[in-house]
Design a protein. Structure first.
Length: 71
């Protein structure tokens, strides 16, 4: 899998947005946000495999998130 994560600061939190699955985590530090989004990715992928539901796994982020990532 490809892991494209948009990491940005919004007010007093860091936001990590995994774009391929549209998963978002927030935390007070960049490192925590990255770690949290990785945990969420693992949980989502694990759940999809455990329930043989891979066809519904891929759900990309909205176009505006992708535009921000590529800027």
């Amino acid at each position: 899998m490809i892991f494209n994560v948009l990491l940005k600061r919004e007010s007093d939190l860091f936001v990590a947005h995994y774009l391929e699955l549209d998963i978002v985590a927030t935390a007070p530090t960049a490192q925590e946000a990255e770690s949290d989004v990785i945990d969420l990715i693992c949980a989502q992928v694990g759940y999809a495999f455990a329930h043989e539901n891979l066809e519904h796994l891929y759900h990309p982020a909205p176009a505006e998130a992708w535009r921000e990532f590529f800027e």
